[in-house]
Ligand binder design. Structure first.
Ligand code: SF4
Length: 212
């Protein structure tokens, strides 16, 4: 890995899969805003992180586990790692506040977590899991070749986004209504406003000033 390149936080993959512009605003331009969804998610992660490691039957539960994969430029933390000594398996578990989604945003994040563990420990991981707070359900994530391929594609795309410091154009979609950056991004205005190029130049300019 080129050590001059910015590392990719695992969460950035989920942000990119949700909306490439959201990923750029958060990770290239350091914009963040809380809304009801992010505040609830933060609360959930604080609760999970406070938990102590424990062992029940054959399973060791490790919380807030740091992982990285230099070959993929990835770094981040797992909410929970389940180590099953009887079955000799590792399962990364991500906690999310909402419910299972049709798209793969959350699954990509878990797949990347597993890929980090595989690189760090030289193991193969077949499954991950996501625990959804709203529905109180655990979803098993099969780490199929299709999901791995999609995940590698997103990692590559985020890497390019970071390297180019680009800001994709705003395109309004239904998901924008749940995005904490809606007021800052103003996708409906940006889409119609010819001065959008000017605004994006300001974002880029601000970013360059903070990183020089
Ligand atoms: S408001 Fe919509 S276009 Fe803008 S960052 Fe959020 S999801 Fe993306």
């Amino acid at each position: 890995m080129d050590s001059t390149k910015k590392l990719i936080p695992l969460a950035a993959l989920q942000h990119y899969a949700f909306c490439p512009r959201q990923c750029a605003l958060i990770h290239n331009h350091q914009l963040w805003a809380e809304n009801w969804h992010t505040a609830k998610g933060q609360l959930l992660h604080e609760r999970v992180d406070r938990g102590e490691p424990e062992t029940r039957k054959d399973i060791r539960f490790e919380r807030s586990v740091s992982v990285h994969a230099p070959s993929l430029r990835l770094t981040g933390k797992l909410d929970l790692l389940e180590i099953n000594s009887a079955e000799n398996t590792l399962i990364p578990v991500e906690y999310k506040k909402g419910k299972s989604k049709v798209d793969d945003c959350d699954r990509i994040q878990v797949c990347a977590q597993a890929m980090c563990l595989e690189e760090m420990l030289g193991v193969e991981i077949s499954d991950g899991a996501i625990w959804y707070w709203q529905t109180k359900r655990r979803e098993k994530i099969e780490l199929t070749e299709k999901l791995r391929k999609r995940t590698r594609g997103v990692i590559e795309a985020v890497g390019e986004l970071f390297d180019n410091e680009s800001l994709p154009k705003a395109v309004f979609m239904r998901a924008c209504n749940n995005c904490s950056l809606l007021d800052l991004c103003e996708p409906k205005v940006s889409q119609a406003d010819r001065s959008v190029g000017y605004m994006e130049a300001i974002f880029k300019d601000d970013y360059e000033k903070t990183t020089k």
